[in-house]
Write a protein that binds this ligand. Structure first.
Ligand SMILES: [Zn+2]
Ligand SMILES: [Zn+2]
Length: 130
């Protein structure tokens, strides 16, 4: 495991992430590749890409799963993941390059944490203030 065979489907998905600066929701991916691959294939490739550390995922405000590439600033090394931001107006989601420190919890072991900040993104804020 860990090695992804670069089939045509895998390449299309990798390309979608390379072309996008922001996270992409599973719903969007399923719609985009509806003609080329079935749902199971999309889910399976996303799982593999996450397992091999190419992508990471988080749950958006509507319970949708979003996938995003790792960048220099959002490395996979930390067990506590970086926070994400979702825009309430346009729905865009992005990785935030911030370190959130989770305080130690006595008598608990924390394996993962997720923080989703919801608000207005830069583009939507400009529209509101104009
Ligand atoms: Zn927005
Ligand atoms: Zn992220």
């Amino acid at each position: 495991m860990g090695i992804i065979r670069h089939t045509k489907s895998v390449k299309s998905l990798i390309q979608a992430f390379n072309e996008s600066e922001n996270a992409i929701s599973v719903a969007v991916l399923l719609k985009r590749f509806k003609e080329d691959m079935n749902k199971t294939t999309v889910y399976r490739i996303l799982d593999r890409m996450e397992e091999s550390g190419v992508l990471h995922s988080f749950i958006g405000k509507d319970g949708d799963r979003w996938y995003s590439k790792y960048t220099e600033n959002t490395s996979a090394s930390s067990t506590i993941s970086h926070p994400h931001f979702q825009c309430d107006s346009c729905g865009k989601s992005e990785c935030l390059t911030l370190d959130i420190n989770i305080p130690p919890l006595p008598n608990h072991k924390v394996d993962s944490a997720s923080l989703l900040l919801i608000g207005q993104c830069q583009d939507c804020l400009i529209e509101i203030t104009q």
